[in-house]
Design a binder for this molecule. Sequence first.
Ligand code: MIC
Ligand code: SF4
Length: 690
Amino acid sequence: MARTLVQKILEDHVVDGEATPGAEVGLRIDQTLTQDATGTTAFLLFEAIGTPRVKTEASVSYVDHNMAQFGPENHNDHLYLQSVARKVGAYHSRPGNGICHQVHLERFGRPGATLLGSDSHTPTGGGIGMIAIGAGGLDVAVAMGGGAFYTTSPRVIGVELKGKLHPWVSAKDIILKLLSILTTRDNVGCMIEYFGEGVATLPVPARATCTNMGAELGVTSSVFPSDEQTRAFLEAQGRGDQYQPLAADRDALYGPVRKWLHAERDAETIRNFLAHAKGVTVGPETDEGMVEVVFGHIVIDLDALEPMAAGSPSPDNVHTIAELAGKDVRQVLIGSCTNSSYQDLMLVAAALKGKTVHPAVELGIAPGSRQVLTMLGQNGALADLIQAGARIVESGCGPCIGQGFSPAENTISLRTFNRNFAGRSGTKGDMVYLVSPETAVAAALTGRITDPRTLGFDCPRIPMPESFLIDDGMLQPPADEKEAAGIEIIRGSTIVKPPAGEPLSDDLQGKAVIKVEDKITTDHIMPAGALLKYRSNVPEYAKYVFNCFNEEGKPTFADRALAEKEKGVAGVIVAGDSYGQGSSREHAALCPMYLGVKVVIAKAIERIHQANLVNFAILPLTFADPADYDKIDADDELVIHGTSKAIESAETVSVTNKTKNFDFPCNVRLAPRQRTILAAGGLLRYTRNS
Ligand code: MIC
Ligand code: SF4
């Protein structure tokens, strides 16, 4: 039978179960990556599991997130990571070497391999033809030790690219278009596979922009075929020997894919489906106003694409630049793992050459890697950027995760990044638009949102270099076993052993410690920015859980949850749709667990967060009838009946709201292995016991 590329790579890596859509499957992981903000916990958990050495083909510890270094915490983390990586047999990419996803693509990614990373944008690797998946640090720690990674075998969404992009339109516009069609909701359990004649026109970094922002769609991964573009990229990186051609079989079938949408609220999305999906049908409207959209695959005509932008507070709030043109812009930031490649920044430098950034705009540029920055330095492009007035930021995540460059109040910031969740920039009420480097540079020159096609000069053509500058001097290789025995792991006082989960007791007496709305991201649950430095110290970081909902002068979420924990009452989080969107940070489960949270009841929970909840022994439940969400308030007393049975085998569980005096059913959507993990009290205990 004809197979998709996803099927081929997955089938090559199955070690448990079958790669049948919807079924749980255990995959062999070839490579792992961690970054410093999730990596300290991942390595501390790796140590707690007790495997002495990593067993993958390559495990790489990157330092790219926490670079601000106010107080000793960040540097303590860096030294810990450097010493532990060397000892246990991992590579260590030192601070300054670049953003994990960019460097991994340059130096490690290879077609046909599997990569698991403790960062939600790990799927960037799909640009080079690998299946790359983001997960919590504990899952990555298990994979580093040679354990399989368990996930739901995906449904594959095919995206056919036709034609060729016009000048000033680029890969970011492709993925923004896709976000306007698929949205951030209801794509859990899917992978995206790109195919079609348009694929061959896109170099690997452009493909990686698309796969990177697949994370925003909520899919498990996205993948491009491996072809002559892949060969050219690998050869230019001095790794031509790792090339292998890979593609779906000619008559591989995609779909049918089903999505439930609201006939009125999602009218625009439904129109987008009708315009861009093959074999699309829209079912009859239910009493709740919902319709089922079924489609075969999505078609994007690159010739017809125009510059796009996603406005706050969500990456799927997509508009064309034509709709937004003319709005004043006060800040432009270019960088992040989405758009900071050599070709991206060369284009920006060429467009700015000999000009000055508009007086009303501050322009910041963070090159994705030391390779990119050095090459710009050597060929003079860096001087063009500096001369134009750009503020050069070190190669790292920087402003993307709220470390600096918070915009002024009530001003528009244009960013080539991937996320614009409310407040992520560090400014309350921020107005962040996600755009391509072409659209960003147009605004930097004009001070307004501007269609770059109207700039009045030709779009610079930047070919892929024949060879990139290859210097792995900042990639510390693993020590061999003999040398490793003599390495002392450096542990500053701010590095605190993370707590382990505990098995849940039966008939849980709980309290709704908070009730939150739809689309709560892990940034809402566990803020990053200036607080990132507490990642290695759970008791300290836990003080900031749901910080954005804390009110001055009132007890914080942490105070209230801890007070219930001390009384022996289980904390219950009540949430709406798409709970836990965004990052892979397991602290969004680990810190609530530390505060006594034992259950989350939501309308829907996103994939990585659901796995993190299970890993830290928090029971994830979904409302059987979403209308019950409206009948619960914060502080209601809730009893979850038959918890052990629910964990063992039940599909539903009954919950009593003692305060409002009614019972309601919840779904227990757990894979068999997740049930065993919960029964054991979390993945750490489970892995140690097995
Ligand atoms: C992000 O983009 O939100 C982060 C910071 O890279 C996170 C990881 C983290 O919280 O450390 C992610 O995407 O997983
Ligand atoms: Fe870093 Fe931003 Fe990419 Fe996250 S999304 S890895 S913070 S650059």
